[in-house]
Design a protein around this ligand. Sequence first.
Ligand code: HEM
Length: 442
Amino acid sequence: MLDPTDPIDSVPNALGRRYLLKGLGAAALGGALVVDGTSAAATEIAHRSVADAPIDGTASPNDRVPYLGVHQAGVVNPRPANGMLASFSVRAETLDALEDLFKTLTMRIAFLTVGGPEPQLDPKLPPADSGLLGPIIRPDNLTITVSVGASLFDERPWLAPLKPKHLLRMTGFPNDALDAALCHGDLSIQICANTQDTTIHALRDIIKTASRQLVLRWKQEGNVPVVAPGLDGRPESARNFLGFRDGSANPDSSDATAMESIVWVGKEDGEPAWALGGSYQAVRIIRNFVERWDRTPFGEQERIFGRTKISGAPLDMPDGHESDVPDYAADPEGKKTPLDAHIRLANARDSAAARNLILRRPFNYSNGVTKSGQLDQGLLFIAYQANLESGFIAVQNKLNHEPLEEYIKPIGGGYFYTLPGIRDAGDHLGSALVTAARGASR
Ligand code: HEM
């Protein structure tokens, strides 16, 4: 049995994708997160890759993800059980006002992700905090990830020349039925934490403190199922609402080199200098027609995805493990894995497809009941990539008209650019963008 407090060197290789001490994990997760001065009290995390499901009994309110680093937190670190994507309009019409907004967000991130007592104010004034978490805020694995949409640049001439080169307003794909009220935004905030109370508390804190600058447009909450520790100790991907493991073939987010090429924008990407260390965030709210799916034969479900439902193993090696790599070259006619199976279309596993890798970080959502009496469930799909065009857009174009479309309907989302990280305690979100805009206006 693995003791998560074992030094990293003693962790067996078979378990290597998952188990790390939190402080060590911070260094490994993209090699960039800088541990802030108070992290000594952080407790361990028992898993480390984005795909891995949270393990039952391992989460603690004291879990802390460092918020300082070259990259923002909340992208390559494992998903906790709860996630939310909120989209806002930005009121700031001047560079000073935008800088003020970024500083306010940074200040709240610095407090909420570290935790501490809330100030007690004069009872004649509104309280400093909503009180949802009591008088002491605990970090609870909270990450707050801020990204900006194309409209932030398009509607501000003093910012427009600095727009990341692939950032555009999301356009519809053939199977989409986009609801305008659930699309786009000047700024997105992804909030993730062990508990839903913490994500809601953070959202309400931000709405209150940035109320002069931000107007909430839409939000979608979701969760990642918590799983029992696997019998063989190997990492397991969480299941989505169609009952399949989701994340099996995700790139290993603890591999800093892979993340530098797949997720983080670097010098070779030809983006504006301020954008280095950021990433493109593609968000899709994808409704699942679960009643129809539950009446679909088991074998057909497996052929639609190209994976076995129980273990997640690829169909050409059904007794294998979800991490096994399918051999499509040995199955050119699709007798084992249909040519139009979701995973085969999404990644043909050839050298061309290697240019389209993305890091998926989705959450299941369950919103209640539609007007026609169906469950309103689906996937809050979030993916990060260094190039939106060759990442999400290319993969979605390959998936257009796939058999899975009969059971899913994208209804919202947007494209955003995740800002580079907050480098140190003297830095703030968007500082490089603000400096570049100031330089350009001189
Ligand atoms: C409700 C919608 C979706 C569902 C239920 C779904 C489900 C799944 C499942 C079960 C797998 C197999 C396990 C895994 O490797 O993660 C998978 C793989 C994958 N999906 Fe999706 N997916 C959805 C939408 C999308 C979208 C919108 C994209 C991107 C445009 C996408 C891209 C991928 C990729 C790249 C893989 C890995 C393929 C591989 O490398 O073998 N999926 N998805």
